[in-house]
Design a protein around this ligand. Structure first.
Ligand code: TTP
Ligand code: MG
Ligand code: MG
Length: 436
C-alpha cells in the first residue's frame, strides 16, 4: 500500500538523515568534502505510472505503446471509468496486436522476456504474447514528472532537469550529501518520492555527471550505486564503451572496428591516436571520458528548446464549417506563445503547428523563417503557411502552435543584426491570407 501523501504539490520538509555510517574502503578520507553528483532515473517510468491506477496489473508483464487509445477508452467506459475495476482478462494482449507500433517501455516482468523500449510490437509479441497492452498517456506522465522533481527540489535544490524521468542533482553542499558517499541522501530522496507517489527510482552518486549517469543503471530497479574516484579501474573500465552517455551505435561500431570494446581499452589508447581517428573534439572527449574526467556543472535553469501552446476543443471542429472559430483559436494560440516568449525573454526561428484529428492521428508541420521573432503576427503568418500543408478533411480535436530554435532575445537580436542590419519583421494579426 502507498503511504498517505504528505505532498500537496508544494514543498515537503525533508526528514532527518540517519546517523553516519563508516565510509567504504574506496571513499575519500573521513571528513573531506568532495564533489558528489547524483543521477536519478525513474524505473520503467511510463509503465510504473500506469500501474498506480491499474494496481491489478502489478507484477505482470505490461507494455506501453502502439496507439489503441480509442478502444482503451471504450474498455474504461464499460467499467464506468473505474480503472481499478477492469479485470486483468479484459486488457488487450500483445499477442493479438497487429500493426506497426513501437514499445515505449515495459515493466520489469515483461523485460525478463527480452521485451523493451523501441522494440516493434509485433516482434515483442513473439517474445511475450501474454503481456498486457496499454496506450501512452503523456499528460499523466508529465504530471508525475513534475511531482517527483518537486520532491527532489524540496530536499536538494541544485537539480538539472534531463527529461521526463531523470535529473542530475548536486549533492556536494546539501546537508548529509557527503555521508556514505551520498548513499544516505540518495536513500532519503528515494523514500520521499516513493512515499509521495508510490514510484521507485534508481540513483547513482559519483564524482561527476558522466559516471553518475552510468552508475544509476548499475542496480536498477530501486537501486543505489555509489562510485568513488578510486573505483574507476575496477568499476568503470570493464564496461562496454556503449555505456558512455554520448557513445551511440555508430561510434561503438567504429571503436569496435579498432578493437576497442571496453572503456579500459579506450583509456589505453593515447590521446593523440584518438584525436587522429575521431577528430579533435570527439577524440579529446573520448580520452577524458575514459579516464572518468568530466567537470560539467549541474545546470539548474536549462535553456528552453521551444515554447508551445495548444488547446483541445470542447467539441471536434471542422476546417470549413467552423472556420471562424478555428481562426480565432489559432490566432489566440499565436498571441499566447508570443506573450510567453516575451515574458521569458526568448525569440525563435522555427514555427510549427500540431493538429490532432477526430481519429486521434496527429499531424505536425513546421517552417523555419528568415529572422528570429517573438511577434504574434509573424508567428501567425508562418503557422498559417504550415497549416496549408496539412490535408484538412477530418474534424479537429486539438490545435497547437510551437516556436522552436530559440535564443535568448539579446543573442537573437545580435544574430539578426549580424545577418541583415536594419531589417525587422512587420505584420498585422489575422490580416494575412491564410486558412481559417
Ligand atoms: P527510460 O528511463 O530510458 O526507461 P524507463 O524509465 O522506462 O525504464 P528504466 O527503469 O530502464 O529507466 O525512459 C523513460 C521513459 O521514456 C520511458 O518510461 C518511456 C519513454 N521512452 C520512450 O518513449 N521511448 C524510448 O525509446 C525510451 C528508451 C523511453
Ligand atoms: Mg527510467
Ligand atoms: Mg530515463
Amino acid at each position: 500500500m502507498r503511504a498517505p501523501s504528505p505532498h500537496n504539490g508544494g514543498v515537503t520538509a525533508a526528514p532527518a538523515l540517519p546517523p553516519e555510517d563508516h565510509a567504504p574502503g574506496s571513499a575519500p578520507p573521513h571528513g573531506a568534502r568532495v564533489r558528489r553528483i547524483a543521477h536519478l532515473d525513474m524505473d520503467a517510468f511510463y509503465a510504473s505510472v500506469e500501474l498506480l491506477r491499474y494496481p491489478q496489473l502489478k507484477g505482470l508483464p505490461v507494455v506501453i505503446g502502439g496507439g489503441g487509445r480509442e478502444s482503451h477508452e471504450a474498455l474504461l467506459a464499460e467499467y464506468g471509468g473505474d480503472r481499478a475495476a477492469v479485470p486483468v482478462a479484459a486488457f488487450p494482449r500483445l499477442g493479438d496486436y497487429v500493426g506497426r507500433g513501437v514499445i515505449t517501455t515495459a515493466t520489469y516482468p515483461a523485460r525478463q522476456f527480452g521485451v523493451g523500449s523501441a522494440m516493434g510490437m509485433m516482434k515483442a509479441a513473439r517474445l511475450c504474447p501474454q503481456a498486457l497492452l496499454l496506450p501512452v498517456d503523456f499528460a499523466e506522465y508529465r504530471r508525475f514528472s513534475r511531482r517527483f522533481k518537486d520532491i527532489i527540489l524540496s530536499i536538494a535544490p541544485v537539480m538539472e532537469d534531463r527529461g521526463v524521468d531523470e535529473v542530475y542533482i548536486d549533492f556536494t553542499d546539501v546537508p548529509g550529501g557527503q555521508r556514505q558517499g551520498g548513499r544516505a541522501l540518495a536513500r532519503l530522496i528515494q523514500k520521499s518520492i516513493h512515499d509521495d507517489t508510490g514510484l521507485t527510482c534508481s540513483v547513482g552518486v559519483a564524482p561527476n555527471k558522466l559516471i553518475a549517469k552510468m552508475a544509476s543503471e548499475f542496480n536498477k530497479p530501486n537501486g543505489i550505486s555509489i562510485v568513488h574516484e578510486g573505483d574507476l579501474q575496477s568499476v568503470i573500465w570493464p564496461l562496454a564503451c556503449r555505456k558512455i552517455n554520448g557513445v551511440g551505435p555508430k561510434a561503438e561500431a567504429k571503436l569496435l572496428a579498432h578493437g576497442i570494446e571496453t572503456i579500459g581499452q579506450l583509456a589505453q589508447r593515447p590521446r593523440d591516436w584518438l584525436v587522429q581517428h575521431f577528430g579533435r573534439s570527439t577524440g579529446a572527449w573520448l580520452h577524458e571520458t575514459s579516464w572518468g574526467r568530466d567537470d560539467r556543472p549541474v545546470v539548474t535553469e536549462s535553456e528552453p528548446v521551444s515554447m508551445s501552446r495548444e488547446t483541445t476543443f470542447d467539441r471536434d471542429l471542422h476546417a470549413v464549417r467552423d472556420r471562424a472559430e478555428l481562426g480565432r483559436i489559432f490566432t489566440d494560440l499565436c498571441v499566447r506563445v508570443a506573450e510567453d516568449l516575451r515574458r521569458k525573454g526568448y525569440m525563435g526561428k522555427t514555427i510549427g503547428i500540431k493538429l490532432r484529428f477526430d481519429d486521434f492521428k496527429i499531424a505536425t508541420r513546421d517552417q523555419t523563417i528568415d529572422g528570429y521573432t517573438q511577434d504574434a503576427a509573424a508567428i501567425r503568418r508562418a503557422a498559417g503557411q504550415c497549416l496549408k500543408r496539412v490535408p484538412l478533411d477530418r474534424r479537429l480535436r486539438l490545435l497547437g502552435v510551437r516556436v522552436g530554435n530559440l535564443l535568448p532575445e539579446d543573442a537573437a537580436r545580435a544574430a539578426e543584426a549580424a545577418a541583415a542590419p536594419g531589417e525587422a519583421a512587420v505584420g498585422g494579426i489575422g490580416t494575412n491570407a491564410v486558412l481559417f
